[in-house]
Design a protein around this ligand. Structure first.
Ligand code: NAD
Ligand code: UDX
Length: 462
């Protein structure tokens, strides 16, 4: 099938950048990104400085292709109707209630998409799973799509996304691989060919890998699990280093020089954040248990448990070094995004560290170069709601919370401790000599990324 119109359902961190790159590389295809959230669509159509997703290089592409062959629209039905190929790039968060709550992926958004496509489609469609999904989800989607019985043929492809936030555009342009899973029927192979043709506009053919649908779906969960496992592994060694006098940076370098291991993803941290790793591993654990693979489930669960341990270990280090007395003490949190070059704070370690410090009565001041006060408060409230905290406790903690626009001045004014949590480059450039030596009290600095260019007995590494 020759693709002239693409619809992408979900204008988020994946849908927006992915479709922008397709539109740029395939000028003859009209790409429409739709979303059920009208505010998001308005923002995608608005000021380039205020796009809903911040990614280096994204606004330049949007400027180039928006309203030429890339469109953002709330008219979901119309776009489905007009398109030969429909990507589903909606969120698949961890379930909050019902069977599998706290572990399984919530498929309600993906199922809603499939129902919408089934209802609206009047001609044959290629439906592409772009969201990260449990293995064998395509079966369920097919069932929903075929339930309307309106004589339309649907081909389902799995095409998981491997971009990382903060480097999404670079990752999309130079993907290590593009994975396309399909059935082996003639029509399914032909659908896969249509998708291969789109990616071939800028991705070398040898990097486009075709597999069966289940391998493709499972490869995405497995990739994220393996990446997160490396971080939990190095973070577990950071705890060992602290006890033994070994240096985690030296350890990381020594390990990574083995070509079989490689140097990437061995940077110790307060713990990985982001919307993907934790939820995808928990989903994997849930699936393993579903298939009766209890030992495999427990193996992967440890990756998330070590991540929780690392966040708690970091927070406890702050508390212990302030002699357990943090009530009314001023603590500055540097960084709210889960990583640098992103405006995303989902599952950021900062949320957990800040909530714990506030719960013990500290005065916490937060700064992030891209994330504003309203989002910080939303994140904290979400966690408190999940932990069923009472309103009076939430209000008490919010009274001790401040957002600062002037981090360096804030730090120099009576701060007991600074916790650096996000690896923003600008934090490295602060005058740390002045902060350590000239602040009124003996300030303690907890470098949760080991990025500060200074050694001092009051600078604690992770
Ligand atoms: P997101 O929350 O940023 O965006 C999802 C969007 O889908 C939201 O704007 C939401 O309003 C919209 N939506 C939900 N249901 C809808 C419906 N029925 N109709 C129309 N719109 C609907 O999520 P994201 O970070 O872009 O992730 C999307 C998927 O991609 C997830 O499965 C995620 O695991 C996967 N993924 C994410 C990343 C990443 O870096 N964020 C990377 C690879 C894969
Ligand atoms: C991840 C995967 O990398 C990507 O392939 C997938 O498509 C989506 O999930 P993302 O979560 O956007 O991407 O960012 P990533 O670079 O993987 O970082 C995740 C978290 O791990 C961040 O908090 C980051 O700071 C942390 N991290 C990363 C470390 O603590 N140490 C490292 O060595 C690398």
């Amino acid at each position: 099938m020759k693709i002239k119109n693409i619809c992408c359902i979900g204008a988020g961190y994946v849908g927006g950048p992915t479709m922008a790159v397709i539109a740029l590389n395939c000028p003859k295809i009209n790409v429409t990104v739709v979303d059920s959230n009208p505010n998001k669509i308005r923002a995608w159509n608005g000021d380039l400085e205020k796009l809903p997703v911040f990614e280096p290089g994204l606004k330049e592409i949007i400027k180039n292709v928006r309203n030429k062959n890339l469109f953002f629209s709330s008219d979901i039905d119309k776009s489905i109707d007009l398109s030969e190929m429909i990507f589903m790039a909606v969120n698949t968060p961890t379930k909050e209630s019902g069977v599998g709550a706290g572990m399984a992926a919530d498929l309600k958004y993906i199922e809603a998409c499939a129902r919408n496509i089934a209802k609206v489609a009047k001609s044959d469609k290629i439906v592409v799973e772009k969201s990260t999904l449990p293995v064998r989800t395509a079966e369920k989607i097919k069932e929903i799509l075929d339930s309307e019985g309106n004589d339309v043929n649907f081909e389902i492809l799995s095409n998981p996304e491997f971009l990382a936030e903060g480097t999404a555009i670079q990752d999309l342009f130079k993907s290590d691989r593009v994975l396309i899973g399909s059935d082996s029927t003639k029509t399914a192979k032909s659908a896969a060919k249509s998708l291969i043709e789109i990616y071939s506009s800028w991705i070398p053919k040898k990097k486009i890998l075709t597999t069966n649908v289940w391998s493709s779906e499972l490869s995405k969960l497995a990739s994220n699990a393996m990446l997160a496992q490396r971080i939990s592994s190095i973070n577990s060694f950071s705890a060992m280093c602290e006890k033994t006098g070994a240096d985690i940076k030296e350890l990381s370098k020594a390990i990574g020089l083995d070509r079989r291991i490689g140097p990437k993803f061995l940077e110790p941290s307060v713990g990985f954040g982001g919307s993907c790793f934790q939820k995808d591993i928990l989903n994997l654990v849930y699936l393993c248990k579903h298939y009766g693979l209890y030992e495999v489930a427990e193996y992967w669960h440890q990756v998330v448990k070590i991540n929780d341990y690392q966040k708690n270990r970091f927070t406890q280090k702050i508390i212990d070094n302030l002699d357990g007395k943090i009530k009314q003490k001023k603590i500055v949190i540097l960084g709210w995004a889960f990583k640098s070059n992103s405006n995303d704070s989902r599952e950021s370690a900062s949320i957990h560290v800040t909530a714990k410090l506030l719960s013990l009565g500290a005065n916490v001041h937060v700064f992030d170069p891209l994330i504003k006060k309203t989002q910080v408060i939303l994140d904290l409230k979400k966690l408190w709601k999940k932990n069923t905290l009472e309103k009076k406790d939430i209000n008490r903690m919010l009274n001790n919370f401040k957002y600062t626009e002037y981090p360096q001045e804030t730090i120099l004014d009576g701060t007991a401790a600074v916790a650096l949590i996000t690896d923003w480059n600008e934090f490295k450039k602060y005058d740390w000599n002045k902060i350590v030596n000239q602040s009124n009290n003996k300030i303690l600095i907890f470098d949760g990324r080991n990025i500060l260019p200074l050694k001092h007995k009051r600078i604690f590494k992770i």
